[in-house]
Structures are given as C-alpha cells and as structure tokens.
Design a protein around this ligand. Structure first.
Ligand SMILES: C[S@@+](CC[C@H](N)C(=O)[O-])C[C@H]1O[C@@H](n2cnc3c(N)ncnc32)[C@H](O)[C@@H]1O
Length: 261
C-alpha cells in the first residue's frame, strides 16, 4: 500500500473538512494512522477502519489514550456504516474506491455530509467531468457536489504508486427531499437510456410535450439539446418542480438505493 508522506496534503484534507466537536468522521483505510492522528486533534469522534491486522495493532497502540478514536478492524466494503450523519476524510485504497463511493453516495437518505478524499487521478477526473458518462455518476453528481481540488503527485506517497492521485472534495447538496429524488432517479434513468435524444422528447415521455419544453426553457436549456448534455443540476430543477406539483408518479426508488447496502 501507499502511505501519504506529504504533510501539506494531509493538512489540507483535514482542514478542508472543517470538523469540530460533535462531528463524526471516518478514515477508511487508516493504515498506521497518518490521517487519523490529525483528525483526532479536531475534537470530532473518529472511526479508523483498517483491514490489515498489523496496522490495526499499530492503530490500537497509537490511539489507546484517545477516547474519541475508535479503531474498527474489517473490510470497508462490508462494515456497516453509521446510521447517523458522518463525514469522511481518507486516502482510500485505489482497488476498492468505486465500491466505497457506491456505498457512500448512492443510498437514500444520504448520511454522508461531506468528504475529503485522496483517490486515483483518473477516477477523480471521470467523476468531475462536465457530463457524467453513466447513470450512477449522474446520480452521485445530482445529490453531491464533486470537486477536484488538486492533483497529488505520486511522489507524495511511500512507496510511490504508478499513477498520480487527486484531492477530491464531496459535499452533500441541501434540500433534496425524497419525492424529488424519486422523480430525479426516473428522469436520469430515461436520460441515460437515450442520451442522444432531444431533452424535450425524453421529458415528454413523462409530461405533456408542451410542458416539457417549457420546463426546460425556464431553466435556460434549449429543449433540442441531447438529453445527456443537459447539466445534471437542471434535471434536478425539473425533478423538484415536478415533485412539488405531484405532476408525475415515479415508481418507488429501487431497493438498492434505499438505505444501507
Ligand atoms: C492508500 S493506504 C492509506 C494509508 C493511510 N491512510 C495513509 O494515508 O498513509 C490504504 C490502506 O487501506 C487499507 N485497506 C485496503 N483495502 C481495504 C479494505 N477493503 N478495507 C479496509 N482497509 C483496507 C490498507 O491496508 C492500507 O492501510
């Protein structure tokens, strides 16, 4: 594994999360506690998740006198996540990044409030592209702001990985009620099934064509734009408007999206 060795990168991650007393933060893949230690200084409760037994022993010794730090041995792909709101600050193992992001960003309701992550550069670029390339990324982008903060050179790790990494910032978007999210899921599903179809036609499968055109124009979107090129935030606006008037009855959110997985 690749341990972070650049102090300024670690400081920016921890500062970026703006943690304090009363917060709960998880360090996934804590290793020897490179990030856990400064997190413990924020006053937040910290959970350090680690699978490697030798690191678990190091973590237990290192934080034995820190009552706010809990060392949780196990696999981050399976350990139950808190049922209360939490933040994440972590340099996540590249091999299981997508699985972890899926667990954090997919469920409704979203209990993750914010995250400061180190992940693979290519993954961060894909997640923050102007137009999400698949339904899953669109769903994450609609519900969370994903921002590529900066590139982290491979030389900031010991040993250095073969690719650079990135500091990825994640913030939950406020104000998305469950009804809006249900409409949004239907809408984004339709968009990604027919990405090149004009937005008006995709939306026209859910509401009258005239109304579809109006809803899009009101949000500054040319109704003829290919559906996938309409910024996700505009689809969120359309979903909120439709949910508020009860104009469409989307199917209930699939089980896979509801709660812990
Ligand atoms: C990139 S290192 C980060 C270590 C430390 N946080 C740092 O920044 O220096 C990833 C860590 O995740 C742990 N890890 C890898 N896969 C894991 C999994 N599935 N569940 C829990 N921990 C895992 C590894 O043992 C390693 O300590």
């Amino acid at each position: 594994m690749h341990l972070l060795s650049c102090r300024h990168v670690i400081d920016r991650l921890v500062r970026g999360a703006g943690l304090g007393a009363g917060d709960l933060v998880i360090d996934f893949g804590a290793g020897p506690g490179t990030i856990t230690a400064p997190l413990a200084g924020t006053g937040a409760r910290v959970i350090a998740v680690e699978r490697d037994e030798a690191f678990v022993a190091v973590l237990r010794r290192r934080f034995a006198d820190r009552p706010l730090v809990r060392v949780l041995p196990g696999d981050l792909r399976r350990l139950p996540l808190p049922r209360t709101e939490f933040a994440v600050v972590a340099s996540i193992p590249f091999a299981v990044s997508t699985t972890l992001l899926r667990r954090l960003l997919t469920p409704v309701p979203a209990r993750l409030t914010r995250a400061e992550l180190v992940c693979e550069w290519g993954l961060a670029r894909r997640l923050t592209a102007a137009h999400p390339r698949d339904l899953e990324t669109a769903w994450w982008t609609a519900r969370f702001e994903l921002r590529l903060v900066r590139r982290i050179p491979a030389s900031c790790f010991r040993p250095a990985p073969s690719v650079d990494a990135a500091h990825l910032r994640i913030r939950r978007r406020p104000g998305l009620d469950v009804a809006t999210q249900a409409v949004l899921w239907s809408l984004l599903g339709a968009v990604h099934r027919q990405p090149d179809r004009p937005a008006r036609r995709v939306l026209g499968d859910l509401v009258a064509h005239q109304r579809a055109g109006r809803l899009l124009r009101e949000r500054g979107t040319d109704p003829a734009t290919p559906a996938v090129e309409v910024p996700v935030g505009r689809w969120t606006g359309v979903a909120a408007a439709l949910a508020a008037t009860g104009a469409v009855s989307p199917p209930p959110l699939p089980r896979a999206l509801r709660g812990e997985r």
